[in-house]
Write a protein that binds this ligand. Structure first.
Ligand code: NAP
Length: 268
């Protein structure tokens, strides 16, 4: 049986990848930061899924999952580094704007939408500050984002390489973003963009380092997808967002060290 591990599998694109992979007959290990959320998300799945607690910023959590995978299956075939965050710290200390946004969307959707609509005007009028660029963003928020989006994936790869080497053809798929494309780096959303450019660089580095093994490493962009991260105005469904990851996981022949969107290679 082919074993696939998906990080951040409890919602959004990750959950959809889990669903599609299970439907295709793979055995899915769904990594979920909160075990209960993962179990709830997987309740409609058949028995070819196991939900395990996994926080990619926590080495102990990662090592526990590796131990489980080794004892249960003795190998890993596909690692999909999907877990990611968009932003968490505002520029006011530790205030977590994404949680406030979620709370407003859930409890006061009408007001939340009105605030959203008025943001450009408020910015233009100088009533609220512009989104911070690379020049003035707080580096603690950059580090916070890198911790999940970049070091999280790196930790996962380091931990699971020994098990991927036991696969007949190991694959690592890193969920990146067009915002990480080198040509589009502009200081807009600097922390997120940089975390994804770095993830791309990591993909190239590991694909070269693992050249003599059977493990292939690629990065991909899902496009702008309607999830909690992408928001309600994104044009793509989760199914469209998951498509290239599932293709990279299942196609019989894939290259290594490339960046894809819509199953086609794109520039770094
Ligand atoms: P999402 O709906 O916000 O889901 C993010 C997932 O990552 C959640 O399951 C979340 O778990 C998990 N996660 C966050 N921090 C984690 C951690 N430290 N350890 C383990 N899991 C963690 O986002 P999405 O839109 O599905 O995005 C999935 C991936 O696609 C991300 O890497 C994102 O950067 C990338 N992407 C998305 C878009 C888009 O338009 N949506 C575009 C380009 C790239 P909790 O439920 O516990 O928070």
């Amino acid at each position: 049986m082919t074993i696939v591990l998906i990080t951040g599998g409890n919602r959004g694109i990750g959950l959809e990848i889990c669903r599609q992979m299970e439907e295709l007959g793979f055995f899915v290990i769904m990594g979920s930061r909160d075990l209960n959320k993962g179990k709830l998300a997987a309740r409609t799945f058949s028995k070819h899924v196991v939900v395990r607690q996994l926080d990619v910023t926590d080495t102990v959590s990662i090592l526990k999952l590796r131990q489980f995978t080794e004892m249960e299956f003795g190998k890993l075939d596909i690692l999909i580094n999907n877990a990611g965050i968009w932003t968490s710290h505002s520029n006011f200390g530790k205030l977590d704007i994404s949680n406030i946004r979620k709370f407003m969307d859930t409890n006061f959707p009408g007001i939340a939408q009105k605030i959203r609509n008025s943001m450009p005007g408020l910015r233009k009028a100088g009533i609220i500050s512009q989104v911070k660029g690379a020049e003035d963003i707080s580096l603690s928020s950059v580090k916070h984002l890198m911790e999940t989006n970049f070091y999280g994936a790196w930790r996962m790869i380091q931990a699971f390489i020994p098990l991927l080497k036991k696969s007949e053809e190991g694959r690592i798929i890193n969920m990146s973003s067009g915002m990480g494309e080198l040509k589009s780096l502009s200081g807009v959303y600097p922390a997120y963009s940089l975390s994804k450019s770095s993830l791309n660089a990591l993909s190239i580095m590991f694909s070269n380092e693992l050249k003599e093994t059977r493990i292939k490493v690629n990065a991909m962009c899902p496009g702008w997808v309607r999830t909690e991260m992408g928001g309600p105005n994104a044009p793509r469904t989760v199914s469209e967002g998951a498509d290239t990851a599932v293709w990279l996981a299942t196609a019989t022949e894939i290259p290594s060290g490339k960046f894809f969107r819509d199953r086609k290679e794109i520039d770094w």
